[in-house]
Design a protein around this ligand. Structure first.
Ligand code: SF4
Length: 429
């Protein structure tokens, strides 16, 4: 642990103040959690601001919370816990702001079937989360003969009316971010990285056809300024064409407004016992071992249960065939990690229909975490007092033993074990 008081490793050579300076491991852990949560909020606020959405309360919170992490400001554990939960509250606010900004600009997403094969012709693959970058790219490529493919977290873009109207937005290519090195190498066209998660290309592979914009940066890639994609389009036209190769079709676009259209059906199916349980299986994906848990868990979910999903963790199972229950799809892709707000809205609407709170619903959250937006979302769910969530594949390293135990006691937060046992425990309740 780095001690901001002593400015060295606490307990290390020369540290004489452990236990005296008042800074303990738990406060350090809460400050780290706050910093990670703030990074998540900043990502959402950045996207919203690009679309004209600003929230003064969120901005003020960012300043206050960052100030709270300055050296020798507060040694009060409870204050830090409150701040961390407030971070979750502010994250809901900023996700709502972004949701409104997206739907104002691109319309309400609707369930949409997306092609995962390729079309003959030159192509550009766009990855990351920035829908405004995609919109501008689609506008500038219209009529040029260049097709546009989404990668990773761009998949839910296909559900937005103002994006899907472009006929040359032809499909989704590949899987989650950690597959980039393999997938970008074989994609013959040009590639645009708009946000995280972006990987450094291995040498002599696709660096010469990789473009970065906004927040992203990869040394040796071409930089795009002012959303002028002319150089990227020119490059795509010089590269080998993609082949005509149809693929499996997958569904996305189950924004909360679309799921609300199914609300009566869903409520009826729960009341008649046709739907027994809902699982939200989602979050960030990653390359570390242990994440196959989520694939196996989704495969084991009984046929009378519905799976909601979001973020790039869904690529572990979104090409599997889950079928439906009386016309209600058993796999409902709510969208990007940016659309966690939609999942919260869906849960709140169901809770109100059944005159209970979210903890009273037959719903279990099985989350995978990796980067900082996932931390902000976890804090939002804790702020909403959602109990009994499963997280994995490993406990967040920034949570001290005491802080993690506190979350276990207060929110019944659980670590994943193995899909069979976890599923049995959940369904036994
Ligand atoms: S969901 Fe998380 S891991 Fe996946 S691309 Fe987005 S930020 Fe990265």
């Amino acid at each position: 642990m780095f001690c901001y008081q002593c400015e060295q490793t606490a307990g290390g050579t020369g540290c004489t103040k452990v236990g005296v300076c008042g800074k303990n491991e738990d406060i350090q852990s809460l400050q780290d959690t706050l910093l990670f949560g703030l990074k998540g909020i900043a990502a959402y606020a950045y996207h919203a601001r690009e679309l004209g959405g600003i929230d003064k309360e969120v901005d003020a919170f960012i300043h206050e919370a960052l100030f709270k992490t300055v050296t020798n400001v507060s040694f009060d554990l409870n204050q830090h816990i409150e701040m961390v939960l407030k971070c979750g509250q502010m994250n809901i606010k900023v996700m709502e702001l972004l949701d409104k900004a997206h739907t104002y600009k691109f319309g309400n997403p609707m369930p949409t079937e997306v092609e995962t094969g390729t079309r003959k012709g030159p192509g550009i693959l766009i990855t990351g989360h920035d829908l405004l970058d995609l919109y501008e790219l689609l506008r500038q490529t219209e009529g040029t003969g260049v097709n546009v493919y989404t990668h990773g977290e761009m998949l839910p873009a296909h559900g937005y009316p103002e994006l899907k109207k472009f006929k040359h937005l032809v499909g989704n290519y590949g899987g989650a971010w950690q597959e980039q090195k393999k997938e970008f190498k074989v994609f013959p066209g040009a590639i645009l990285a708009t946000t995280n998660c972006v990987l450094m290309p291995p040498e002599n592979t696709y660096l010469d056809r990789l473009f970065t914009i906004g927040i992203t940066g990869v040394p040796g890639s071409k930089r795009i300024e002012g959303r002028d994609f002319s150089e990227l389009i020119k490059k795509a036209k010089t590269l080998p064409e993609l082949k005509e190769s149809p693929g499996k079709k997958i569904m996305t676009g189950f924004h909360h407004t679309a799921v609300m259209g199914l609300a009566d059906k869903i409520i009826g199916a729960v009341k008649s016992g046709k739907i027994k349980h809902f699982f939200l299986i989602g979050g960030c994906d990653g390359a570390k071992a242990g994440r196959n848990y989520y694939t196996e868990f989704a495969e084991m979910v009984p046929k009378d249960c519905v799976i909601l999903t979001l973020a790039c963790g869904k690529y572990r199972f979104n090409k599997l065939d889950f079928g439906d229950i009386d016309g209600i799809p058993r796999l409902i892709d709510v969208g990007q990690c940016n659309n966690a707000y939609s999942a919260i809205k869906i849960a709140e609407t169901l809770a109100s229909a059944f005159k209970t709170d979210v903890n009273g619903l037959p719903v279990t959250l099985v989350l995978s975490w990796f980067e900082q937006k996932a931390v902000a979302i976890l804090l939002s769910l804790l702020y909403l007092n959602i109990k009994g969530m499963y997280i994995g594949p490993t406990p967040p390293a920034f949570l001290s033993k005491n802080v993690f135990n506190l979350l276990r006691e207060k929110f019944d937060l659980k670590l994943i074990t193995n899909p069979k046992d976890d599923l049995e425990t959940i369904l036994k309740k």
